[in-house]
Ligand binder design. Structure first.
Ligand code: SAM
Length: 431
């Protein structure tokens, strides 16, 4: 018996892009979001999800093509804007930023030019490749907008050394027919010339030599770790493999050196971070005492240290704090105190001495509790670097004792919809 499956298709035209880079359509009686469709383009689509007020869909065939469409196809989750040309990617970020702020009633601020170095590819110094065994180990990522595994030979944003190591591992697994079901992913971090490779597994069993054997002969690989995914005392457990050459790699932002351990947070695009930190310096005075909150390895703290009186870098990850302390010593900086702790608790202790706070929180943004504390403090200036426009906007609305002066979009991640935003707030005069 032959069963015929009929897919119902609809013709639509995109009028805008939403924050995920999906085309917004209004032809079918309610708003729809179509993966991969660019403004001005018409397509026949199928509906993949339908709710009362909106639907989502996928392109079946593209009828008209935007002149801003590139030759790349939207494939991997980490390449969510690769089908749009680079100029338009910058415009997209500025438009979404302004639209989101204005829609939330945030106005009367200066918007600065977007910060970028126009490096479209090979800018990432860290990448994670998901592992699957089918039957031998494959490395790759997820299909855009899904959790379907796709094999990968090259991540366009990653530094060349990352892609070279990816190929070495993949060819080795295929040639040697390596099967290891516990392997969850492989993380590769580089400073362009040297690499750290981390094998992430679902169990604490020591990993077999066959997983990393070809790396032992590669003089560029300085550091090999095994991480198992069970959380211990609020941090993951990492084993340095057989005391391999070096426990860290060294990287740089501007003239500053940074000692990177496997779990230390380091800016993924160091060159655009450099430009962003320069802009942060513009907001500071030599008399300022600064709290560098969510400090990672105190990269912002160290970068600004010569422009201010003193800095307290507060961070809750032990690897990052270790990196911060060692980097500060290496850079001969004497006016930074590094605090290992939860910012939400430590803020109360340090706020009385500080004039300025720089916050660079994870995607969730600042908690209401800490926002209340900031509102009731004497902090004069807030410099807020955000990786999530939604939590930023919500926090800006809550910071009622501060006036938003400047917004600067930062394009760190070409080919993706990920966006960083730098904002500058000043305490209201009558306060
Ligand atoms: C976006 S990263 C910013 C790092 C740093 N500012 C930089 O530019 O390199 C956020 C950092 O906040 C840290 N973090 C998350 N929650 C925290 C908390 N409650 N208290 C202190 N640090 C926290 C994370 O470990 C991470 O290093």
């Amino acid at each position: 018996m032959i069963i015929e499956v009929v897919i119902i298709t609809y013709k639509v035209k995109a009028v805008a892009l939403d924050f995920r880079g999906y085309g917004v359509v209004k032809d079918l009686g309610k708003v729809g979001f179509i993966k991969g469709l660019l403004p001005g383009e018409e397509a026949n689509i199928k509906i993949t999800k339908e709710k009362k007020n909106f639907f989502e869909g996928e392109i079946i065939d593209l009828i008209t093509k935007s002149k801003y469409r590139t030759d790349f196809t939207l494939e991997y989750d980490n390449n969510s804007l690769i089908h749009l040309n680079n100029e338009k990617q910058l415009e997209f970020q500025v438009d979404i930023t302004l639209e989101t702020l204005l829609r939330n009633g945030i106005k009367d601020f200066k918007i600065n030019d977007i910060i970028t170095d126009n490096k479209y590819y090979n800018y990432r110094n860290k990448a994670r490749f998901i592992a699957r065994s089918n039957p031998y180990i494959l490395l790759g990522g997820y299909k855009e907008g899904t959790n379907k595994f796709l094999e990968m030979d090259h991540l366009i944003q990653a530094e060349e050394l990352i892609n070279e190591i990816l190929i070495i591992l993949k060819e080795h697994y295929l040639q040697e027919k390596v099967i290891y079901k516990d392997l969850n992913s492989v993380i590769i971090r580089t400073n362009k010339t040297h690499a750290m490779v981390i094998f992430v597994t679902n169990s604490s069993k020591t990993i077999p030599l066959i997983l990393y054997e070809p790396l032992l002969k590669d003089s560029r690989v300085m550091s090999i770790y095994h991480q198992h995914l069970e959380r211990k005392n609020d941090s993951y457990h990492f084993n340095n493999i057989k005391n391999y050459k070096q426990k860290f790699i060294l990287d740089h932002i501007g003239k500053y050196s940074f000692v990177i351990y496997p779990d230390s947070f380091f800016q993924v695009n160091r060159d655009v971070a450099n430009l962003t930190y320069k802009k942060i310096k513009d907001y500071l005075d030599i008399d300022d005492i600064v709290i560098d909150a969510f400090a990672g390895m105190s990269s912002i703290g160290q970068y600004i240290s010569s422009s201010v009186k003193g800095v307290y870098s507060i961070e809750n990850n032990t690897d990052s704090v270790k990196s911060a302390k060692e980097s500060i010593a290496l850079n001969n900086i004497t006016n930074i105190g590094v605090v290992l702790g939860d910012f939400n608790k430590e803020f109360t202790k340090y706020q009385k001495r500080a004039t300025t706070i720089i916050v660079d929180p994870p995607r969730a943004g600042l908690s209401s509790d800490v926002i209340d504390k900031i509102n009731n403090s004497k902090i004069r200036k807030i410099i807020y670097l955000s990786c999530n426009l939604r939590s930023l906007v919500s926090n800006l609305k809550q910071l009622t004792n501060y006036e938003l002066r400047e917004v600067t979009p930062v394009k760190m991640f070409f080919q993706t919809v990920e966006m960083e935003t730098l904002t500058y707030l000043v305490r209201k005069e009558n306060d």
